[in-house]
Ligand binder design. Sequence first.
Ligand code: AMP
Length: 143
Amino acid sequence: MTVASILNVKGHDVFTETGDKTLRQICTILGERGIGAIVIVDKRGGIEGIVSERDVVRSIAKHGDDVLDQPVTEHMTKKVVTCSESDTVNDVMAKMTSGRFRHLPVVKDGLLTGLISIGDVVKHRIAQIEREAEDMRNYIAMS
Ligand code: AMP
C-alpha cells in the first residue's frame, strides 16, 4: 500500500501557516482543528518547517510561557523530512520510527500534496491486517 492510496481515502488537504504567526496563534489553530502539527510554508508554498504540539510543550517547559508570543519560526523544526506519493506504508513507518516523529508531509514535484500522520498509518495497517486475516480464513475454509 502506498502513500497515494492513503491520500485517495483521506484527501489532500494540509493545514499550513506562515512563519509570521506566533506560537500562541499556532496553539489556537492546533486546538480548534484538533490536529497535532502544522506545516509552515513560505509565500510560494515551499516548506519552511513543521511545528507540532511537542515543540510547544518543549519550548514552554524550557523557556516559560512567554514563548507563546514569539514567532513560530523560532520553535519549529526547520529540517523537515518528507515522503512521496509512491512511498509505501512501510517506508513511512520506517521514516517516522527513525526520525521519532508522527507527521510526514507528502511532496510531489516540489509541492505539498498531503500529510500522513501516525494515526493514518495505524488505521491503514489495521485494515490491511484484517484483510489478510480474512483472506487466510477464506483460504482455510476452501481447503
Ligand atoms: P511529532 O511526533 O510529529 O509531534 O513531532 C516530534 C518532533 O519532531 C517535533 O519537534 C516536530 O517539530 C518534529 N517533526 C515532526 N514531523 C517532522 C518531520 N516530518 N520532519 C522533521 N521533523 C518533524
